[in-house]
Design a protein around this ligand. Structure first.
Ligand code: GTP
Length: 347
């Protein structure tokens, strides 16, 4: 184990990783195995249903009481650092019982570097330090080439315009997240065979500095002592963390689109998920998630899709007075056909 952070600075761990990589799953595991630490969470999500906050709050874990969970549901943390993030983190520090450690879950589309930069501002760096940037990677998505340039597309673009920037937006976000990391969590190892795991590990190793370790995990299960207490002080070596967006002030999310669908009561969860998976496949949806109202059931159904891979389970009972709704966040690349998706799911 590395030495604890000296002084009284509160350590902050930034958990980054593309849509659906397993950030919330990992954080939940850390909360459940916090080893007596008093934790606080800042959660930022793309799409305004606040699913991640709900998942983490609903586990009612002692290490992280509700008042220590702050959700910044709208917008992107990396673009609203001064307006939203700093005040949120200051509010956590002002609590009577100051947290021992703060964990920040960025949205899957956020670039971590602007966030780390915020910790270099004098009023912030005197009180907080970035203990480590953790990049969670969806091993199965990397193995499937999700973040690699499509060679045919590059050739087609080149034919039209020799000066075209052939990076695809997924690859850009993914690389920015990897290149900012102090530790890479290669999650969803259960979906890879040994050869694939070796290939993906080698691919990532080739892209990151040699000092950065890669740890394979299933369901984000990693020892909290490994994750918390890295003492990386990431705010001190920003220059070592290159980004595709170094020349810009912030970035926009024009490359991605998200919307929320109201689906009405669900009769058959398995049939719904089969339809969602078909729609995700047909329309190249990156992420779907939400809570569903299943007719006749006292529990709400949590549905999660990453690409075409879906999971669903009843997570808790609807509470008295809580509106029973079926709301689904859908995220895709720019141009995703909302009308067609809506029509397919309304049918
Ligand atoms: N097979 C498999 N599925 C996993 C693993 N870890 C997480 N998942 C599933 O992947 C889906 C997404 O997990 P999350 O933890 O919500 O991912 P996230 O990175 O927080 O997602 P966003 O916040 O939307 O970017 C869920 O259905 C998880 O149950 C894993 O190790 N193996």
């Amino acid at each position: 184990m590395t030495a604890p952070v000296p002084m009284t600075k509160v350590p902050v761990t930034i958990v980054t990783g593309f849509l659906g990589a397993g950030k919330t799953t990992l954080i939940r595991h850390v909360l459940e195995n916090a080893g007596g630490r008093r934790l606080a969470l800042v959660i930022n999500e793309f799409g305004d249903v606040g699913v991640d906050g709900e998942i983490l709050r609903s586990c009612g874990i002692e290490s992280c009481p509700e008042e220590n969970i702050v959700e910044l549901a709208n917008g992107c943390l990396c673009c609203t650092v001064a307006d939203d993030f700093i005040p949120a983190i200051e509010a956590l520090l002002a609590h009577e019982k100051r947290p021992d450690h703060i964990i920040v879950e960025t949205s899957g589309l956020a670039l971590p570097k602007p966030l780390v930069k915020a910790f270099d501002w004098p009023p912030i760096r005197s009180r907080l330090t970035v203990d480590g940037v953790i990049a969670v990677v969806d091993g199965a998505a990397v193995a499937a080439g999700r973040f690699a340039d499509d060679p045919d597309e590059v050739l087609a673009q080149r034919a039209e315009d020799t000066a075209v920037d052939h990076d695809n937006p997924l690859e850009e976000v993914y690389e920015d997240q990897l290149l900012c990391a102090d530790l890479v969590i290669l999650n969803k190892a259960d979906l890879l065979d040994e050869a694939e795991l070796a290939r993906v590990t080698a691919e990532i190793t080739g892209a990151i500095p040699s000092a950065v370790k890669i740890v394979p995990t299933r369901e984000g299960k990693i020892d909290a002592d490994l994750l918390l207490g890295m003492a990386a002080a990431a705010e001190d070596d920003l220059a070592q963390r290159p980004s595709h967006h170094d020349a810009e002030e912030g970035h926009d999310h024009d490359d991605f689109d998200s919307f929320v669908l109201e689906l009405g009561p669900v009769a058959d969860p398995a049939a719904l998920v089969a339809r969602l998976a078909a729609v995700a496949e047909q329309h190249d949806v990156l992420r779907m998630k939400g809570f569903m109202d299943v007719a006749g059931k006292p529990m709400r159904l949590l549905v999660q899709g990453v690409g075409t891979r879906f999971r669903h389970h009843f997570d808790r009972a609807w509470t008295a007075g809580e509106p029973r709704r079926s709301r689904l966040v859908v995220i895709g690349e720019k141009g995703i056909d909302r009308a067609a998706i809506e029509a397919a799911l309304a049918a």
